[in-house]
Write a protein that binds this ligand. Structure first.
Ligand SMILES: Nc1ncnc2c1ncn2[C@@H]1O[C@H](COP(=O)(O)OP(=O)(O)O)[C@@H](O)[C@H]1O
Ligand SMILES: [Mg+2]
Length: 314
């Protein structure tokens, strides 16, 4: 018997968000922010929290320090009923942290990756993998310790009978160093957004990117912002328009919420069009409240938003 539907492997960090700042920071001077918010950041955590709110049994594996920020992370995940038993705490590194300076719709971020860069492939044992039906990994380029051996992890997961998914997310180094030919055969669902897909495949458009990876890719789901999303089912491309939200609060975590909706249906073995539609609705729900998890408080609230804002029966 499996204990968890999904094991999420990913980056963990705290966001310190400064709002209502008196102008731009200047070196050698001090300015004030009139509002402060300290929350769990990281797209892997948004995915795990929202997948749990969609009534899946989720466990998290990541690396954090042994500091106060680490407690914010585990407390926040546990509040969303995400199991934190496999999160590795180390005294050698500090918990990752992002300072966000918000200026209306724009922002300036400074990130210290810390412990997340030191999670290694060998830290994820077979004994932990077999506890889950599905492995999801997000933000591979932020997890530099894992990057070179990522194909080994997915190969192991498949050999142990898990289904798998990967959301690569943006590469801050913009090198896009990922051996897709080696990796994608072991990834059941590949979940980049359009920009990431083009860079990762070295292509100028979706179709030519798909032509390159066709020989070895499985399902490819490409998120396309307010246009919705596209799915390559290994034979043809299916596109579905978004449940357009005209009053977007912000798009933080929309892609992660899309992933949570898609994978939630994928695990129930729903057909791919249904998974795509569900991803679009959870992506849209995400945009109705600030940050990545606010709209996903619990299943009752999620259903309510789907019904009232998008006339969608969840
Ligand atoms: N304005 C919007 N209205 C409704 N849905 C949206 C909107 N923007 C994004 N979405 C949904 O969120 C999904 C993910 O957004 P996208 O920006 O493509 O991903 P990422 O956050 O990874 O960059 C989209 O595929 C779509 O379903
Ligand atoms: Mg994304």
């Amino acid at each position: 018997m499996k204990t968890f539907n999904v094991l999420v492997v990913g980056e963990l960090n705290v966001d310190i968000i400064l709002n209502k700042i008196d102008g731009f920071p200047k070196i050698g001077k001090e300015i004030l922010a009139n509002d402060l918010n300290i929350t769990l950041g990281s797209s892997s955590a948004i995915f795990a929290s929202n997948l749990s709110s969609l009534e899946n049994n989720v466990a998290f594996l990541g690396k954090i320090g042994e500091d106060n920020f680490a407690n914010i992370i585990t407390d926040s995940l546990e509040l969303k009923k995400v199991n934190t038993d496999f999160i590795i705490k180390t005294t050698q590194h500090k918990t990752g942290l992002t300072i966000v300076m918000n200026y209306d719709m724009d922002r300036a971020n400074v990130t210290y990756p810390g412990a997340m860069e030191y999670l290694l492939e060998k830290d994820i044992s077979d004994a932990v993998l077999i506890k889950a039906k599905h492995l999801h990994l997000s933000s591979i380029f932020l997890q530099t310790g894992l990057l070179t051996d990522i194909d080994k992890l997915f190969k192991r997961a498949k050999a142990l009978g898990l289904t798998t998914s990967l959301d690569p997310q943006w590469d801050p180094s913009e090198k896009w160093n990922l051996d897709l030919e080696k990796l994608l055969p072991y990834v059941d669902v590949f979940l980049p957004n359009t920009e990431e897909f083009k860079f990762i495949t070295g292509s100028t458009d979706i179709q030519s990117g798909l032509n390159k990876i066709k020989p070895y890719a499985n399902l490819v789901v490409i998120k396309d912002g307010e246009n919705g999303a596209h799915l390559w089912d290994t034979k043809k491309l299916i596109s579905k328009v978004a449940f357009l939200n005209e009053n977007v609060v912000d798009c933080i975590g929309a892609g992660d919420s899309f992933d949570a909706g898609f994978i939630s249906e994928f695990l129930k073995e729903k057909d791919y069009e249904k998974c795509l539609e569900f991803g679009n609705i959870t992506g849209a729900i995400n945009t109705t409240a600030s940050g990545g998890t606010t709209a996903f408080e619990n299943i009752k609230i999620i259903k309510e938003i789907a019904k009232t804002k998008f006339s969608y029966q969840l």
